[in-house]
Design a protein around this ligand. Structure first.
Ligand SMILES: NC(=O)c1ccc[n+]([C@@H]2O[C@H](COP(=O)([O-])OP(=O)(O)OC[C@H]3O[C@@H](n4cnc5c(N)ncnc54)[C@H](O)[C@@H]3O)[C@@H](O)[C@H]2O)c1
Ligand SMILES: O=P(O)(O)OC[C@@H](O)[C@@H](O)[C@H](O)[C@H](O)CO
Length: 461
């Protein structure tokens, strides 16, 4: 009989003391930040306590396994299996008193986040969306009782920081690890906006006690397949109910300071730099922009996964078209970009990774402004309307109109209604939702509409 994975059963060393806290206990966190922490030279001194956003199932299973799980590294040639040890405690998001308790501990040094683009609850000006009903509910709850349970990320962070100030536990670092450009500035802005509304006296304390670190992160980590646990059991003999599979490639670029210390992540290959922007643009535009293109256009051509889509000559040509336009604005030598793109194509083509296009296609309203629009704006500033960026927008609109993958979006209702009806008006409305200036740009709107017509034809073929 196979033993359930646990520290008590001798599958790994004792849990390290909790000095790191994470919000967004999901697949990527377990494949990336936990991996780097596990591979730091001082790993035995640094343990994570991690909270899910809402769900209780994964934290409950991880708690039974005393934080242990198997990381499957899925190479083209085969799999390798490694038990990750750096997760010391797993909690459901609702366990708010435990969350506040960690913030109050002088041992806590760093708070990390993977809460998706939508998790920062930003309004049109980039600051906290103060009209959002969840933000208003959290604010009301915290005004009544600063220890009350709250749901949004900005409110959870501010509640934690209030607890830290009260306990006198000293400064800490906040480090978002989401696919958003300038994620440090974004997280800092929504935290300060929330603090300003709750208790403006917090702002001075934040000036001296909160260091915000900006990161660029990369490791393709799809949602695990339903038979992953069986696969791990067959290969390792371990009964692990929540393994996660990822690709061999990984990258972590960080910029900022850690007033209360940090693991020796550099020993595991993390790069510390003054400015993550060049890494971030390259990754967000080429990798994530390419992913969005495949998610919408590839699914319209009948594909379900990234590797299926890039095996299709037409999708690969579209990808190259997008990459050559985006590369013009990366300000990096072609001698560096060409191998990066080739490596990316190989990563996308890994047939053993099952990365579902529908998963990647979620929240286009949040992702396209980050992944596609900066390139389109730069092209328009130079008087061009290239097919690469407009094709991604056209494919997204087609999906919103019912072709290709069914995609979830935090603004699904607004976007679905904008995309309905006669195509000319639908295109204008959707572009306007993304950026009012874009809605006025008839050259872009005409190009997008024309591509929508062609893609709709593909979908029927
Ligand atoms: N999966 C990848 O390949 C990958 C790679 C690089 C970066 N990322 C970043 O990590 C994020 C999470 O990816 P994942 O694969 O771990 O997803 P996941 O679905 O496995 O986990 C997401 C976690 O975030 C929580 N969450 C979701 N929305 C939230 C919200 N609004 N507020 C608070 N918590 C919320 C969920 O409850 C869950 O715990 C992505 O959105 C992306 O920004 C992912
Ligand atoms: O994680 P998301 O939903 O922001 O985006 C989906 C993918 O593009 C993304 O997860 C990539 O796989 C990842 O960014 C690779 O590092």
């Amino acid at each position: 009989m196979t033993a359930l994975l646990s520290r008590t059963a001798g599958h790994a060393r004792a849990a390290a003391p909790v000095r790191l806290l994470h919000l967004g206990l999901g697949n990527f966190f377990r494949a990336h930040q936990c991996w780097y922490t596990d591979h730091a030279s001082d790993a035995a001194d640094w343990g994570y306590a991690a909270f899910s956003g809402r769900s209780a199932d994964l934290p409950a299973q991880l708690a039974v396994q005393e934080g242990l799980y198997t990381l499957v590294t899925r190479d083209v040639a085969g799999d390798t299996f490694e038990v990750m040890r750096s997760l010391s405690r797993a909690h459901a998001g609702a366990d708010h008193q435990a969350w506040l308790g960690y913030f109050g501990s002088p041992q806590l040094s760093v708070v990390t986040l993977t809460v998706t683009e939508a998790g920062y609850v930003r309004g049109p000006d980039g600051g906290l969306d103060t009209d959002h009903p969840d933000v208003q509910a959290d604010l009301a709850a915290l005004r009544h009782d600063p220890t009350a349970a709250v749901g949004t990320t900005p409110a959870r962070l501010v509640a934690g920081l209030v607890a830290r100030r009260a306990s006198g536990a000293g400064p800490i670092a906040l480090m978002p690890c989401d696919n958003v450009p300038g994620n440090g500035a974004i997280a800092e802005r929504v935290v300060r906006d929330m603090a300003q509304l709750l208790d403006p006296s917090l702002l001075d304390w934040l000036d001296t006690s909160l260091a915000v670190v900006t990161t660029a992160v990369d490791r393709i980590t799809p949602r695990p397949a339903s038979d992953e646990a069986r696969h791990v059991r067959d290969a390792t003999g371990l009964d692990d109910r929540c393994p996660v599979a990822t690709e061999p490639f990984r990258e972590w670029v960080l910029s900022g300071s850690f007033p209360a210390g940090r693991p020796a992540w550099q020993d595991a290959g993390a790069t510390f730099t003054d400015d993550v922007t060049p890494f971030e643009h390259r990754k967000l535009w080429l990798l994530n922009g390419g992913h969005s293109l495949l998610a919408y256009a590839g699914s319209i051509r009948g594909h379900f996964s990234v590797s299926q889509a890039v095996a299709d000559d037409t999708c690969r040509q579209w990808l190259q078209q997008w990459w050559s336009t985006a590369s013009r604005h990366l300000n990096q030598p072609e001698a560096e970009l060409a191998p990066y793109r080739q490596a990316l194509l190989d990563r996308f083509a890994n047939p053993r990774m099952q990365h579902q296009l529908a998963q990647i296609g979620t929240d286009g309203s949040q992702k396209l402004p980050i992944r596609i629009l900066p390139v389109l704006r730069a092209e328009r500033a130079q008087g061009r309307t290239p097919a690469g960026p407009t094709l991604v927008l056209a494919a997204w609109i087609c999906c919103l109109r019912g072709h290709g993958a069914t995609i979830a979006d935090v603004h699904a209702q607004t976007m679905a209604s904008a995309a309905s009806g006669p195509l000319r008006q639908a295109v204008q409305r959707v572009l306007h939702e993304l950026d009012p200036m874009l809605g006025e740009d008839t050259e872009v709107a005409d190009a997008v509409r024309h591509q929508c017509e062609q893609l709709a034809h593909e979908a029927q073929a």
